[in-house]
Every structure is written in C-alpha cells, then in structure tokens.
Design a binder for this molecule. Structure first.
Ligand SMILES: C[S@@+](CC[C@H](N)C(=O)[O-])C[C@H]1O[C@@H](n2cnc3c(N)ncnc32)[C@H](O)[C@@H]1O
Length: 268
C-alpha cells in the first residue's frame, strides 16, 4: 500500500466510512449473531457490525491483502475486541464449512471476477457470490454494496488509459441494480432488495482528491512512479484534468452514490 500522495489516505476518508455505515444501517444484525465480513480492509463495515452484534456475538473478517490483515489485527487488539478474528483468505475459496454464518457482509468489494456490469455477463461461475451463499445459513441474509458510476473516477481512469495504453483495467467496476439481481439470483439468493446511499464530499485540494482515489490504480501508478519524468507529467495531466472541477476556494467537491443490496438464502 503506497503511503504518499498516490494512496494510503482513503482509509480515513468520510466517503468510505459513511458508505460502510449506511450498509450496516440496513442490516438486521442482532446481539449474539455469528457474522462474516468479506473484504474487511480498514474495518469500515467490520467495526459497526461488531457494535450491533455485541460481545455475545462473533465476527470473522477475511481479506486478501496482507497489510490490511496485519493492520486490522492490531486495531482489534487496540480496541480489545475479543470476539473478532481476521484471516488472510480469499472469499472466492473459503475454508469455512457450509452454513457457518448468521449473516455475511460484502461491503464495497469489487465483483469483477463474478460479473461484468458493462455487458451483463456472469463470469467464472460467480465464485465470490456462490461461496457466500454456501457459508450462509438458510434463511439468513447477505448485505453487500458497491459504488455507482462516479465522474471523478472516470477522469482518473481516462488518465490511466491515456498514460498506460496497455492497461486493460477499466479502473472502476460500478455496480448496477439489474446486474446485482441477475448475479445474486444466479448464485441462488432470493428476496433481493436494492437501496441507494448518496453523500456529498469536499476535498481540500486536488492533491487530497488524488490521494483518495488513486488506490484504484495502485499497480499502474507504481509503474508510473518508477520513472520520475513519467510521474511528473502524469501528475501535471491529472491536475489539469481536475482543474475544471475545482471551486473558487481551490476545493474539489463531488457527490458519490452507492448501491446497498440485501439478499436472502432461502430456507429450502
Ligand atoms: C474497499 S475495501 C472495503 C472495506 C469495507 N468492507 C468497507 O465497506 O469499508 C474492499 C477490500 O476487499 C478486499 N477483497 C477484494 N476481493 C476479495 C476477495 N475475493 N476476498 C477477500 N477480500 C477481498 C480488497 O483487498 C479490499 O481491501
């Protein structure tokens, strides 16, 4: 995880914190439940979920990035939470037995291995959602969320495409309601409900904006950073693109929307 201008800041960003809290606010988590949080990262969904299930419940967070696992373990011990556990594990192939959890949370995790939201196609037999279905108890609920299309990420994606023509990543995998319904029905879920969350945020300046959104292209940006000349012209281009969106005080404001989805594993 980069820690300079090009990353590392989003962990503290209100955008993530509030959207994660909005997902947890839609849940029916109750004290004593056993909950799985897939893609825990900085604990945006894990900690508010823990607040709902309390010390009589238990929560397992899984994450594929080692530095997040390490960071979260420290944070859990700093908060002295005894009933939370963090594992380095991929949600597409989990080691938990079938029907292990009373609820599963998949907050702001890209589903680009399961579904192509551009062409509305199921990919690879939808491994993440099928695994999620498998570990959830019958009659219990999945809570998941994703960003909807967002202008500033598109400017950044455009920049990456211009600078790195061989980069095939679209850079931003926005969900759509129709896509979620198709994907979740494919995985076996029923009673799929969609809601929206919207927040307006202001970055103090373009550099702060860049620090908050650039993580999406971390790998590509590492390659750009390897050459100082490429990096400085990349930054020039980025801030030029942004200039059209900066207000008279030099701040960058935008509205961000997310889709919040609940789906039930049927009893039979
Ligand atoms: C943006 S964070 C979301 C954090 C938190 N759930 C929230 O809503 O604030 C998504 C995290 O999911 C992790 N992730 C993506 N795919 C995953 C998978 N298949 N299994 C486990 N973690 C995954 C990523 O490494 C990333 O850290």
């Amino acid at each position: 995880m980069t820690q300079d201008l090009w990353g590392g800041r989003y962990r503290e960003s209100a955008v993530w914190v509030e959207t994660a809290q909005a997902l947890i606010a839609t849940t029916e988590l109750r004290p004593g439940m056993r909950v799985l949080d897939i893609g825990s990262a900085g604990g945006g969904t894990l900690f508010p979920a823990f607040d709902r299930i309390g010390p009589t419940g238990s929560i397992v967070g899984i994450e594929v990035e080692e530095d997040w696992v390490e960071w979260l373990r420290k944070e859990i011990s700093r908060r002295a939470i005894g009933s939370a556990e963090i594992l380095l594990m991929d949600g597409r192939s989990m080691s938990f037995p079938d029907v292990s959890f009373d609820a599963v949370i998949v907050g702001l995790v890209g589903l680009d291995n399961d579904y192509d939201f551009d062409t509305d196609r199921i990919l690879n037999d939808a491994p993440l959602m099928r695994e999620t279905f498998r570990v959830l108890k019958p009659g219990c609920t999945l809570y998941t969320s994703n960003w909807l299309w967002q202008e500033d990420n598109e400017w950044m994606g455009e920049l990456v495409r211009r600078r790195l023509p061989d980069c095939t990543k679209r850079g931003y995998f926005a969900g759509t309601g129709e896509g979620y319904v198709r994907l979740l029905e494919f995985a076996g879920f029923k009673e799929i409900r969609l809601a929206h969350f919207e927040g307006t945020y202001t970055y103090e300046n373009p550099a702060e904006w860049a620090a908050c959104v650039a993580y999406m292209w971390e790998e590509e940006i590492e390659r750009i950073k390897a050459d100082p000349e490429t990096l400085s012209s990349f930054e020039r281009d980025a801030f030029e693109l942004l200039a059209g969106h900066v207000d008279s005080e030099g701040k960058v404001a935008y509205t961000r929307s997310a889709i919040l989805v609940t789906a039930r594993r049927p009893l039979a």
